[in-house]
Design a protein around this ligand. Structure first.
Ligand code: MG
Length: 443
């Protein structure tokens, strides 16, 4: 095969990284921010920047930089608090698009994914074409930019995606190539020039220890034996470094890692004032998450529902069933019961439905199948076709709904201040750990 058409076997590993992810989502949700220096992060004294738009990077603003320093070097910087529900939403959409390319993918955080393209060899033998198609879909469907790296292993794919990105040179933004494939000739060149810090997994502490050994570049690693390395950085790191020095990396793409939770969140432009409208949203969300787990042959025992109100307080409630369900009507019935248990004193800005506690469908104790003409879940429910394999249990679902009502009571129970506390707890878990104390919207 000619060199200009590398095959999937030469570069089977793809790494894709979304550009300035959190900041880009903020700009998508508020187009008036477009073209402005925007960062997501804390605004408090000890806070740091989590993500910076390329406009902000032109001034030298970077992630992990203290927010105060970022504001000093870029006084017009707009620092926004994180909205993790929105990042999770986009991340899920991103993963769905990647999954259309190949199910052999491994997410790394919210905005990076490794893919193993080997199973595609017969269908789409050109990895570069696959990479551009993936980028195009993410841009067209999500409005997000990304960089893709291709190589013979994870090490090279990740180094390559970094090279594919736009760069700031003398305060000017320079486009990157978008897709970079590392062949053997490039490997040799990069091994000559790469600083040790460029290696994935080599943080400041390891780099400092290596520097004490006189090692600042990857090419210098071979000067020192693996045993000496091990004495300084530990045997696992020493082994990895010895591999990296040759451009080798044995780590496989770990696809289909055990799924912990599947969810769908939605923030509404106009908040929802009534329970009936919330029930409609519950149906829609339940259909999305049901479809997601059915495609993986899973059933979920735990159904969770999150509401966020106009004043930014919120709460989550969940119900665990003695059996797993995968049917949207069943899920919606539980979600609706959970919603009913909440006193609606304010309009709702965000609804989330999450499933967890999965079982493989074949191992489920009771197989449920519902075919309910459900304007009202209870009233118009009817049991459809019974079959030997799929034992139908409307009773079990009714029990579960009743249990929700018993557990949480009806909506007159509970006060708003309780909900407020829970809402603050959610914010704390999601925001300030990442960025430092007091995430406040900057002026
Ligand atoms: Mg990124």
């Amino acid at each position: 095969m000619p060199a200009e058409h590398p095959s999937v076997h030469e570069a089977p590993i793809l790494h894709i990284d979304l550009d300035a992810f959190f900041a880009s989502v903020e700009v998508l949700d508020d187009p008036s921010l477009k073209g402005k220096p925007v960062a997501v992060g804390g605004a408090g004294a000890r806070s740091v920047i989590a993500s910076a738009s390329y406009e902000a990077r032109r001034y030298g603003v970077k992630s992990a930089m203290p927010s105060l320093m970022a504001q000093r070097i870029c006084p017009q910087l707009i620092i926004l608090p994180g909205r993790f529900d929105r990042y999770e939403y986009y991340s899920q959409k991103f993963h769905e698009i990647v999954n259309d390319l190949t199910p052999d993918y491994e997410p790394l955080g919210l905005d990076e994914v490794f893919c193993d393209l080997r199973s595609l060899a017969l269908i789409t033998p050109d990895p570069v074409a696959s990479a551009w198609e993936l980028k195009r879909r993410i841009n067209d469907e999500l409005g997000l930019l990304s960089g893709v790296g291709l190589g013979r292993n994870k090490l090279w794919a990740k180094l390559a995606s970094k090279r594919s990105k736009p760069r700031v040179v003398n305060g000017k933004l320079v486009d990157g190539p978008g897709v970079v494939l590392v062949d053997r000739a490039m490997e040799a060149k990069w091994l000559e020039e790469l600083p040790i810090r460029a290696l994935w997994g080599v943080g400041p502490a390891t780099a400092a220890k290596l520097e004490n050994l006189g090692i600042r570049f990857v090419r210098e690693l071979s000067r020192v034996g693996e045993e000496t390395l091990a004495a300084h950085v530990g045997s696992a790191m020493a082994r990895s470094l010895a591999d990296y020095a040759r451009g080798d990396d044995e780590r496989p793409v770990e696809a289909n890692r055990e799924l912990k939770s599947v969810g769908h969140d939605q923030t509404f432009a106009t908040s929802i004032p009534s329970l009936n409208e919330l029930f409609e949203v519950a149906k829609f969300h339940s259909a999305i998450v049901a479809r997601a787990i059915r495609s993986k042959d899973l059933v979920a025992r735990t159904v969770s529902m999150t509401l966020r109100f106009d004043d930014q307080t919120g709460l989550s409630r969940s119900q665990t069933l003695p059996f797993g369900i995968d049917d949207e009507t069943a899920i919606a019935a539980i979600v609706s019961a959970l919603m009913e248990s909440v006193p609606l004193k304010q309009s709702v800005r965000l609804v989330g439905v999450h499933l967890s506690n999965f079982l493989e469908r074949g191992k489920n104790a009771v197989q449920l199948s519902f075919d309910i003409d459900a304007d009202s879940i209870e009233g118009k429910a009817k049991v459809a076709q019974l079959s030997q394999e799929r034992q139908v249990s409307m009773e079990a679902l009714r029990d579960a709904v009743d249990e929700v009502r018993e557990k949480f009571g009806n909506s007159s129970v509970g006060t708003l201040s309780e909900l407020g506390e829970e809402g603050i707890e959610i914010e704390r878990q999601r925001g300030s750990h990442a960025f430092g104390p007091k995430d406040r919207r900057a002026e």
